[in-house]
Design a protein around this ligand. Structure first.
Ligand code: FAD
Length: 497
């Protein structure tokens, strides 16, 4: 039926941060984009604590930054951690020193229902067609190539949208990712369970850390405590996956028991009441959330955001990886549609850079867990590099292959384990030197190589977004690789000497 058939340059499945970023960056280049989103926005989502590069880099590039600045989200200057050997909480700041905090060394704590809606409306504003309550059923193929999707619209009518590229941005519950070929590999090391709810009236850290994320390690795992406004707090416990049955029996009781086990969080919640109505009224559970796909693309199809991979929430990297991967994918699609780069080269550039950034956070997080010691805890014993099973480390080495993060390419699981242990030591030494929240050692932390690496790509994205055409020329990340165009929206070949 011709009425049920349309054609676009790009069809994006899912309107979360990955999907809306993708759509905006392709629409800005003048290509036709359709976003199909299953739900009606605003809708609930977890993942509330952000990193600076998302706000000041990618959302500047998409055009959403000004709207976000008006929304009144709490300003996050960094993270405060009761973690590692130090019994006192210590603070990691996005700026080198708390006194030097510039306007771009901050991020937001966001209610995702509001944040995601702003991003999706921005995609509309810059030219994408967005249709909510449209559930994508499957991709359409022609031989090796994906050529579109089938979906059910808000009236329950089945439709076909053809596209030169289909981008799966439908998150961790994606039903399409398998169609890119490859498979999803779950991480044994990060295998955990999160149990979370919302509270009104909890305590706040003192200024200037008032709106920091607070992460507190305790025997059964760790807590996040994220101030979403002056009074609303998102509180979640990350514990062993094996506790699932007990928790699902009575999540309310289970969360309270974990809070009682953790003095810092108990104290912060002592004046608070749990929210029991509206989008924040229920206690939610998520398990098995760290994984990566063995491939991120096939001809005509790309995976971005949680549809492609996700690694542990402790450093707030989820939305960063989602929006960053979309920026890379949008550059690839734009440069192919504009006839500047051949498809294979553009897709390989996307996948290599995405894997590299994922691996930076993966390594960072393993090192971060490694630094907390609790000899009597099942949770913490399982989070030791030495306990990371060989198959897990080998699968990681396969994933990063020649595109490894860091100084040297990774070739073996042993080399990887050793490097993560040494990063962890460097990190805990830096924390030791800080001597608590008010110590003078902020610089040490940011200068430790493991932290620097996790932040480096984000800072580049920020510089590019801020300076645009004046940004310094980039050199390719990989031999014979591509570099971003001056407007940041495409890839171009690096000039040859
Ligand atoms: P999503 O946000 O999941 O968006 C996908 C969209 O696709 C949804 O709107 C969905 O309705 C739609 N969709 C799904 N299927 C279909 C379909 N068939 N057709 C059409 N549409 C469809 N990240 C952070 O940055 N900071 C944090 O503090 C943080 N904390 C976390 C805590 C936990 C416990 C977990 C599990 C994750 C956390 N994350 C955090 C990660 C964060 O939630 C995700 O990385 C992020 O939401 C990914 O964005 P996305 O756009 O890829 O997917």
């Amino acid at each position: 039926n011709a009425d049920n058939f349309e054609e676009f340059d790009v069809v994006v499945v899912g309107g979360g941060p990955a999907g809306s970023t993708m759509a905006a960056l392709v629409a800005k280049k003048g290509h036709s984009v359709l976003v199909l989103e299953k739900e009606s926005f605003p809708r609930y989502q977890i993942g509330e604590s952000l990193l600076p590069s998302t706000i000041h880099g990618i959302c500047r590039l998409t055009g959403a930054a000004d709207e976000l600045a008006k929304a009144g989200f709490p300003l996050k200057r960094g993270g405060t951690f009761r973690w590692g050997a130090n019994p006192e909480p210590w603070t990691f700041s996005f700026s080198v020193s708390p006194k030097m905090a510039g306007p771009t060394s901050t991020a937001y704590q966001v209610e995702r229902s509001k944040f995601d809606e702003i991003l999706l409306n921005n995609a509309r504003r810059v030219g994408a067609q967005v249709r909510e309550e449209c559930d994508v059923i499957d991709v359409v193929e022609d031989g090796d190539r994906v050529t579109g999707v089938r979906y059910t619209d808000s009236q329950g009518v089945e439709r076909h949208a053809a596209a030169k590229f289909v981008v799966d941005a439908s998150g961790n519950k994606s039903r399409l990712y398998k169609r890119a070929g490859g498979k999803r590999e779950y991480s044994e090391f990060f295998r955990s369970l999160a149990l979370f709810g919302y509270f009104e009236g909890g305590k706040r850290l003192p200024e200037p850390t008032r709106y920091n994320i607070l992460c507190v390690a305790f025997e059964s795992g760790w807590f996040w405590y994220i101030p979403l406004s002056d009074t609303l707090t998102s509180v979640g416990a990350v514990v062993r996956r094996e506790m699932a049955e007990k928790i699902q029996g009575d999540p309310e009781k289970a969360l309270q028991a974990l809070i009682d086990e953790c003095p810092k969080i108990s104290d912060f919640l002592s004046p608070a009441k749990r929210v029991t109505e509206g989008q924040y009224g229920q206690i939610r559970v998520r398990k098995d959330y760290s994984y990566h796909n063995t491939t991120f693309w096939r001809p005509g199809m790309m995976l971005v955001g949680d549809a492609a991979c996700f690694v542990d929430p402790v450093f707030s990297s989820g939305v960063h990886l989602a929006t960053y991967s979309s920026m890379l994918a949008a550059r690839s699609i734009n440069s192919v549609l504009d006839g500047v780069v051949e498809e294979n080269a553009a897709m390989q550039e996307f996948e290599a850079r995405y894997r590299r950034e994922y691996s930076v956070f993966y390594e960072f997080l393993v090192s971060f867990y490694e630094m907390h010691r609790d000899e009597n805890s099942y949770f913490w014993q399982a989070k030791k590099v030495t306990k990371a099973s060989r198959p897990e480390l080998e699968s990681f080495v396969d994933l990063v292959g020649g595109v490894s993060s860091g100084e040297a390419a990774l070739t073996s699981a042993d080399a990887l384990a050793e490097r993560m242990q040494s990063h962890s030591k460097e990190f805990s030494d830096a924390v030791d030197q800080m001597g608590g929240t008010t110590g003078g050692g902020w610089g040490n932390l940011v200068n430790s190589s493991v932290v620097r690496e996790a932040m480096v790509e984000g800072s580049k994205v920020q510089m590019q977004a801020l300076l645009g055409e004046d940004a310094e020329d980039e050199t390719p990340l990989f031999e014979g690789g591509l570099i971003p165009s001056p407007d940041g929206l495409s890839w171009v070949h690096a000039p040859t000497e």
